[in-house]
Design a protein around this ligand. Structure first.
Ligand SMILES: [Zn+2]
Length: 244
């Protein structure tokens, strides 16, 4: 294939979009050497909550919620990307400060909103008050996301949310007496008593004051940017995200 030929895009990629250069990996994607670490669960009778026998300050978020442990080798030693896997720590960091899912920069440095969110279209339109663990996106990064994120490829829906405050987590709830898992990968609101017995895997925000963004409108925005600008943006994103 010569450099002037267009390679066929994945199913459903709008024709306005240039193909994504090789090597772009969303910032929340896990890598092969970022493996889950063993969890030595204990009950903390003083605080009445789940804990780790060898707990460190890095094991809880700023709300005091316990988080699962995943290896974090330095860049360059992470192995190969695993597109279906989300790294819990990087997901939490991105959701906490509403960093872009692709390029890890704030989507709105002034934090005034609105914020662009995309998700798979299987669940119908995004609703007011819906919870999500998928970080927001810059519009050019959304053009990358619909091509490289497995949950979005070919079937996605978009929304502007004026606010996206912390709502809770997705995690595993453990029995306070036996410490055995009682519910796996369930959504737990931050105010719930169950959060004290939860090992968290994803941070969730609530989408408030949502305005659906029809697919055609986002495609018009990409068309307005134009292929040259998008190719320039893709190269910039590749430089930000490519090195592992
Ligand atoms: Zn971005």
């Amino acid at each position: 294939m010569t450099g002037t030929e267009r390679r066929p895009g994945p199913t459903g990629v709008p024709s306005v979009l240039p193909p994504v250069p090789a090597g772009i990996t969303p910032c929340i994607t896990g890598y092969s050497r970022e493996t889950p670490l063993p969890l030595a669960l204990v009950a903390d009778p003083v605080r009445g909550r789940l804990a780790y026998a060898d707990e460190t300050p890095y094991d809880r978020d700023s709300w005091g919620t316990l988080w699962t442990r995943t290896a974090m080798p330095p860049r360059g030693r992470r192995g190969s990307p695993r597109p279906q896997v989300v790294h819990p720590y990087r997901q939490r960091r991105a959701m906490l400060d509403l960093w872009c899912r692709i390029c890890k920069r704030p989507v709105d440095p002034g934090y005034t909103g609105p914020y662009l969110f995309l998700r798979g279209a299987e669940g119908g339109p995004v609703c007011e008050g819906e919870h999500t663990g998928s970080p927001p996106l810059h519009p050019p990064c959304a053009a990358v996301a619909v091509q490289v994120c497995p949950d979005l490829r070919g079937c996605w829906t978009a929304v502007w949310a004026r606010h996206a405050p912390y709502w809770g987590v997705t995690g595993d709830v453990h029995d306070p007496r036996t410490l055995a898992p009682r519910a796996v990968r369930v959504e737990i609101q931050a105010e719930s008593s169950a959060v004290r017995w939860t090992v968290s895997h994803r941070m969730l925000v609530e989408l408030q004051h949502v305005t659906p963004l029809p697919r055609a409108a986002l495609e018009r925005e990409w068309a307005r940017l134009g292929r040259d600008r998008l190719e320039h943006e893709f190269a910039r994103i590749a430089a930000l995200t490519g090195a592992v």
